[in-house]
Design a protein around this ligand. Structure first.
Ligand code: GLN
Length: 556
């Protein structure tokens, strides 16, 4: 396989990125993102390089402003983009690193078109969905060529037939025309439901969904049929004939007990082989041993651990998607099954912390706003005083600092200025609220951090002889951030004198990134989001360490 060199413009090299466009039909929530990511994993298992992209039809410029209740978690890339949670699946299933190029919404596309129109770039032309918006979409897709991957998988959000996704579908239709059949493939994910009263599976929704695609000029090359039951060959033949798709390219995607079983399940259907044949690429035997190992660990965990997740968005499991997955990865590395007990922080405020008595570990994840924070502080105090392993993430770290300040360092009324801008003791605050001008000038990091979010990857230097240093086994790490408020350095000495351990800081020492408490089996809280870097094949050290401590404390 010819590889591109990153600093050679793609058009000048022999390397050619093949595009697979993934659409969905019939209903949403069929697991398009996981199917695409699993297919990418199977290509990687053959030694190919992959990159991925999600195109979202909604009008928000990015999901950063959307409520986690609406849209699930916001996934943050190393280069600081706030993106769709599907990018989390892409990174967890592959070794590819997502970037600002990996997620475009209609809002972001329209914003760029309107900005160009205002600048006069269109030279007086009437600016229209076709060709101006579709051209901008094509540009966004083709920008993936800079990743120099062998295969780029592009997932179109939404369901075929929606008004919103039409410009995206038109753009990929045009790309097929322009790049040719050997460089593009259309994969369509549909539902083949089982109708219990008739005792039959039904192919009609799939036929209609493919008809919709063909109306706009897209003929799928592969159909991935989500199903609860086996699809008999006769029904697959029927789908093939009526949808104009090769018989072997009608592939069953049955429900599996774990999402990490999907790559192995798709391999059985020869999905990767069929697409490689389509592209005229050699199809070598994939090395699926790491996926087999992952599934073996998940299916053979003997012991159950209960981890309490104390948050605000507990009504929707997707709101903490990456945290959930990172906990499961920590379980895999310790051969235990993780059961997450979601606990509404406000419930703790009214009912007390009794419900935490039987859990093996407590985790407070990231969050915004004051609601439920006193409940989180109560949970953290409970973990600290009862020596229950604790992992605090972002707001979970900030609240651990507040808890320590109030109850150990006796700083009465300590809080975050996010909740009380007039507070006498803002132990967590905006940098502009506590920094001196001289410090600000000396600081080598981004200057716009004061009032806006600190987003994306930052280095962090770890302190020797700390739980964190042992967990990572190295001196410097890089982790992803998404927050406005910081540990207030004005209180650093006072809190350290009371026993708080600073286990990690920005390499220039200007910001506290990780804290621990002493004389506790495992109490680590970090300002960044370690969950974004956890992989099933490489569980994150903090999650692996936290689960190991929970396992040990449980006596397992
Ligand atoms: N609300 C806090 C801040 O903005 C924490 C954010 C988070 O947990 N991601 O600093």
């Amino acid at each position: 396989m010819v590889r591109c060199s990153a600093n050679v413009p793609p058009v000048m090299t022999k390397c050619k990125t093949r595009f697979i466009f993934v659409t969905g039909g019939v209903v949403s929530s069929l697991g398009k993102g996981i199917a695409a990511a699993s297919l990418a994993a199977l290509f990687e298992a053959r030694g190919l390089t992959v990159t991925m992209q999600k195109l979202d039809p909604y009008l928000n410029v990015d999901p950063g402003t959307m409520s986690p209740f609406q849209h699930g978690e916001v996934f943050v890339t190393d280069d600081g983009a706030e993106t769709d949670l599907d990018l989390g699946h892409y990174e967890r299933f592959t070794h590819a690193t997502m970037s600002k190029r990996s997620n475009f919404t209609s809002g972001r596309i329209y914003e760029s078109v309107i900005r160009r129109e205002r600048r006069g770039d269109y030279l007086g032309a009437t600016v229209q969905v076709i060709p101006h918006v579709t051209n901008a979409i094509k540009e966004a897709i083709l920008s993936l060529r800079t990743d120099a991957a062998d295969i780029a998988l592009v997932e179109i959000g939404g369901t075929v037939g929606d008004i919103e996704s039409q410009p995206f579908l038109e753009a990929i239709r045009q790309l097929r025309f322009e790049l040719g059949r050997k460089s593009t493939a259309f994969m369509h994910l549909t539902l083949v439901p089982y109708i219990a009263s008739a005792g039959e599976i039904k192919t009609k929704p799939t036929q209609h969904s493919v008809q919709k695609l063909r109306e706009i000029g897209i003929q799928p090359d592969v159909l991935l049929c989500r199903t609860e039951r086996d699809i008999p060959q006769s029904q697959k033949d029927k789908i093939a004939l009526f949808c104009n798709v090769a018989r072997e390219a009608v592939i069953e995607a049955p429900d599996v007990d774990t999402i990490y079983g999907v790559p192995l399940s798709l391999r059985g259907g020869r999905l990767g082989s069929i697409l490689l044949e389509h592209f005229g690429l050699p199809d070598n035997e994939p090395d699926i041993s790491s996926w087999e190992d992952i599934c073996h660990r998940i299916r053979n965990a003997k012991y159950e651990l209960h981890i309490a997740m104390v948050g605000k968005y507990i009504g929707l499991a997707d709101a903490y998607k990456s945290v959930n997955e990172a906990l499961f990865h920590g379980g895999m590395s310790n051969n235990v099954k993780i059961c997450i007990d979601y606990i509404d922080a406000e419930f703790l405020e009214s009912e007390g912390t009794d419900c935490l008595r039987n859990v093996h570990g407590i985790l407070v994840p990231g969050g915004f706003g004051e609601r439920g924070t006193e409940g989180k502080i109560a949970a953290i105090r409970f973990a600290r005083e009862n020596k229950i392993p604790y992992l605090g993430i972002c707001l979970g770290m900030q609240m651990a600092v507040v808890e320590f300040a109030r109850h150990v360092a006796a700083i009465e009324g300590a809080t975050s200025s996010e909740f009380d801008s007039e507070s006498e003791h803002p132990v967590i605050a905006l940098m502009t609220e506590w920094e001196t001008e001289g410090e600000r000038v000396q600081r080598s990091i981004n200057d716009d951090m004061g009032g806006t979010m600190r987003l994306g990857g930052y280095p962090c230097r770890l302190t020797e002889n700390t739980t964190t240093h042992t967990a990572y086994g190295k001196d410097e790490i890089r982790e992803r951030h998404r927050h406005r408020y910081e540990f207030n350095n004005t209180y650093r000495e006072r809190l350290q004198a009371a026993g708080l351990v600073v286990a990690g800081e920005l390499p220039d020492g200007s910001l506290v990134e990780i804290i621990e408490v002493r004389d506790h089996p495992w109490f680590v809280a970090c300002q960044f989001h370690p969950e974004f870097l956890s992989r099933p094949y490489a569980p994150h050290p903090l999650f692996a360490g936290f689960v190991a401590a929970a396992k040990q404390c449980s006596g397992a």
